[in-house]
Write a protein that binds this ligand. Structure first.
Ligand code: AMP
Length: 597
C-alpha cells in the first residue's frame, strides 16, 4: 500500500518509507542538477588535484568549470592508452586518481581488438549500488505488489584475469556480483531473486544457467518479473529451456539433480530445495513439449507482470522475438550504464520501448555533451563545436556523451549518441540513439566498419589460390535464430571457373573472419555461446550493381553512392537473399582465452 509520507514525491505516492527516501533523493538531485554537477566537479578536481594527469594540464588546483574546460582536452580511450598501460603494469602512483585504482573493468567496447580497460576505484561500488537502489522505488510506482513475489533474473559472472601489474580485470557486472554489496545485500522484500548467489556466481555458464532455470521453474508461481541485463541474454535463457526442458522436468519429477551439475555449492543448495514434484514437472513438460512456443514465458510463469531487460539501442532488434515468447508482456528498460560510469535511470519504466528515455543522475559524474550535428552533406563540422553542460542541452538535439568521473576519466568520450526528449525537473532525459561506429552487434559484441573490412581482407586471402577475389560485400546481424549470427554477403570474381573455391574453402573463410574479429565477438562465440557461427552467403555476379540501382531509384545520388557495409532494410535483404548462390557456416570456434593477445 502506498504510504502518505512527508517525503511524498511528484513522481507518485511511494510504496513504503524506504521508497519515499529514494524518490525524494531523485527529486532533490534532479531539481538541483546544476549545483549537484558543480559539487561533483569540485569534488573530483579537489581530490585529484595532485594527480599526474591534472598537473600535466596545469589545472593548479582550480575547480571551476571554465578553467577545467579551457585546460583539459576532450579525449578518447586511445589518448589514455599510455596511462592505462602504466597502471596495468603496476605503476601505483597517482596517475589519474588520488584514490588507488582497485581494478580494471573490461568494457565491451574494444581498442585494437581487445576490451578497453577502465580504471575504477572502490567507492564507485557505492555509487553503482545507489543507482540500483533507485530502480525498485520507481518501478513500485507503476507495478504494485512486487514485494509479494520474486524476480527470475538470469545473471552471470564472466571470467577474470590479472594485468601484468596484478590488478584484476573483469566486466563491471562480474565485479558487482562478486562484491559484498551484492553478495551480502540485506533482505529486501521488493528485490528477492529466485536465483541463489551460488548460481549467479558459478563461473561455469552451463551449471549457472541450469540452476537458475531450475530454481525459476520450482518457484514459478512466485515469479512476478523475468529479466536479464540485455534482451539477448533473456532469449538465450529461452533457448536453453528449449534444449534442456526434458532433463529439467526429470529433475523436478524425481527430486534428483542432473549429474552434470558437479559444483558442490550448487548441489548443496539444490539438495535443500529440490523435492520430487511430479505435478509441477508435468505442468512444465506439457507447455514445453508443444511445438508452438509462442507466449511460453507467460504460460510457464503465469504471474509475470513484465520483462526487465534492456531493449534500447542495438537490443531493439530483439523486441519482436521477445514479444513472441512472452505473449506481449510489457518490456521495462530500467537503467543506462557503462563500465566507465553508471549514468541514470528510466523514470517511466513501463513505457513502450520506443518511448524510453533515461534521466541522467547528476550525482554520478560530471557530464558534458558534444553536439552531434553532421552538416547537410553528412560530414562532421570543420571546427569542433562547444560542449554543453547537463542542464543546458536542448530538447530534440543529439549529443555525444562526455564524462568526468571520480575514478579519473577527464572529459572522456563514451561514444554514445543521445537525443534529448525532455527534462525531469532540471535534469535532462535522453533517448539512446546509437553507439558510434557500430556496424554489427548480436550480444555485447560491437563490430565496426574497419574491423569488418579487415576480417574480409584476411579471409579473402584464402581465395587467392583459386584466382578469386571479393569484389563487394555487405553484412547483416541475423537475430531470427537464437543465438543470432553475423551474415556476410560476398560477391566473388573468379578468373578460373574450373578452379572455384569449394564449400570447404568458404567455410574456412568464415572461420578466418571470426578469428580476426575482436575479442568480445570471439568470447561470445567461444565461451558464452551468445553468438552463432558466422555465415558467408555468396551472391550472383551483378548483385551489388542491382543494389546500387535500387538505392538510386530511391533517390540516392549516383556520385555519392557507397555500398552499405551493413544492411537491415527488408527490401534490400530480400533482394540480396534472392540472389544467394551458396551459403557457408564457420565450422569451428575461433580462438579465445581470457588473456589479452
Ligand atoms: P560496457 O562498457 O560494456 O559496459 O557497455 C556500455 C555501453 O552499453 C554503453 O556505453 C551503451 O552503448 C550500451 N548501453 C548500456 N545501457 C544501455 C541502455 N539502457 N540502452 C542502450 N544501450 C545501452
Amino acid at each position: 500500500m502506498a504510504v502518505d509520507s512527508p517525503l511524498s514525491s511528484q513522481l507518485g505516492p511511494p510504496a513504503c518509507e524506504r521508497d519515499a527516501k529514494a524518490l525524494h533523493f531523485i527529486e532533490e538531485t534532479t531539481s538541483h542538477a546544476d549545483s549537484v554537477q558543480d559539487r561533483v566537479l569540485t569534488e573530483i578536481l579537489t581530490r585529484n588535484s595532485q594527480t599526474e594527469y591534472l598537473t600535466r594540464f596545469k589545472l593548479n588546483g582550480a575547480t571551476d568549470r571554465e578553467t577545467f574546460k579551457s585546460k583539459l582536452p576532450i579525449i578518447t580511450y586511445e589518448d589514455l592508452q599510455p596511462e592505462i598501460h602504466r597502471i596495468a603494469n603496476g605503476d601505483r602512483s597517482a596517475i589519474l586518481s588520488a584514490h588507488p585504482i582497485s581494478e580494471f573493468l573490461t568494457s565491451s567496447g574494444t581498442s585494437a581488438g581487445e576490451r578497453k580497460l577502465m580504471p575504477t576505484i572502490k567507492e564507485e561500488l557505492d555509487r553503482r549500488r545507489l543507482l540500483y537502489s533507485l530502480l525498485m522505488p520507481v518501478m513500485n510506482l507503476y507495478v504494485p505488489g512486487l514485494e509479494r513475489g520474486k524476480g527470475l533474473y538470469f545473471l552471470f559472472v564472466k571470467s577474470e584475469t590479472r594485468t601484468p601489474g596484478g590488478l584484476l580485470a573483469r566486466p563491471v557486472l562480474t565485479s558487482y556480483y562478486k562484491s559484498d554489496h551484492f553478495k551480502t545485500r540485506p533482505y529486501d522484500p521488493y528485490n528477492v531473486y529466485t536465483s541463489p548467489n551460488e548460481a549467479i556466481l558459478c563461473p561455469d555458464s552451463f551449471q549457472s544457467m541450469y540452476t537458475q532455470m531450475l530454481c525459476g521453474l520450482l518457484q514459478r508461481q512466485q515469479v512476478l518479473r523475468v529479466g536479464a541485463v540485455f534482451a539477448s541474454g533473456l532469449l538465450r535463457a529461452i533457448r536453453f529451456l528449449q534444449l534442456n526442458w526434458p532433463q529439467l522436468t526429470q529433475d523436478i519429477e524425481t527430486g534428483a539433480l542432473n549429474p552434470k551439475l558437479t559444483e558442490p555449492s550448487l548441489r548443496e543448495y539444490m539438495d535443500k530445495i529440490l523435492k520430487p514434484n511430479p505435478e509441477l514437472a508435468e505442468c512444465v513438460r506439457h507447455e514445453c513439449s508443444k511445438d508452438n512456443w509462442e507466449g511460453i514465458i507467460a504460460r510457464i510463469w503465469q504471474n509475470t507482470k513484465y520483462l526487465d531487460v534492456i531493449v534500447t539501442g542495438a537490443m531493439a532488434q530483439y523486441i519482436p522475438t521477445l514479444d513472441y515468447y512472452s505473449g506481449g508482456l510489457p518490456l521495462a528498460c530500467t537503467m543506462y550504464a557503462s563500465s566507465e560510469c553508471y549514468f541514470g535511470l528510466n523514470l517511466n519504466p513501463m513505457c513502450k520501448p520506443s518511448q524510453v528515455s533515461y534521466t541522467i543522475m547528476p550525482n554520478m559524474a560530471y557530464f558534458e555533451f558534444l553536439p552531434h550535428e553532421p552538416d547537410s552533406f553528412g560530414f562532421p563540422r570543420a571546427s569542433p563545436p562547444k560542449l554543453v553542460d547537463l542542464v543546458d542541452v536542448e530538447v530534440g538535439k543529439e549529443y555525444e556523451l562526455v564524462i568526468t568521473t571520480y575514478a579519473g576519466l577527464y572529459r572522456y568520450r563514451v561514444g554514445d549518441i543521445l537525443r534529448v526528449t525532455g527534462f525531469h525537473n532540471s535534469a535532462p532525459q535522453f533517448h539512446f540513439v546509437r553507439r558510434k561506429n557500430v556496424l554489427l552487434s548480436i550480444d555485447s559484441d560491437k563490430t565496426d566498419e574497419a574491423e569488418l573490412q579487415k576480417a574480409v581482407e584476411n579471409a579473402s586471402r584464402l581465395l587467392r589460390e583459386f584466382n578469386t577475389s571479393v569484389v563487394e560485400y555487405t553484412s547483416y546481424a541475423d537475430t531470427r535464430t537464437i543465438p543470432g549470427h553475423y551474415v556476410i554477403y560476398w560477391e566473388l570474381l573468379g578468373k578460373d571457373s574450373a578452379n572455384s573455391p569449394t564449400d570447404e574453402v568458404l567455410k574456412q573463410c568464415c572461420l578466418a573472419m571470426e578469428e580476426s574479429l575482436n575479442s568480445v565477438y570471439r568470447q561470445g562465440r567461444a565461451a558464452d555461446n551468445s553468438i552463432g557461427p558466422l555465415e558467408i552467403r555468396v551472391v550472383k555476379n551483378g548483385t551489388f550493381e542491382e543494389l546500387m540501382d535500387y538505392a538510386i531509384s530511391r533517390g540516392a545520388s549516383i556520385n555519392q553512392y557507397k555500398v552499405p557495409r551493413c544492411v537491415n532494410f527488408t527490401p534490400i535483404m530480400e533482394l540480396l537473399d534472392s540472389r544467394v548462390v551458396s551459403s557457408h557456416f564457420s565450422p569451428a570456434l575461433p580462438h579465445w582465452t581470457p588473456e589479452r593477445r
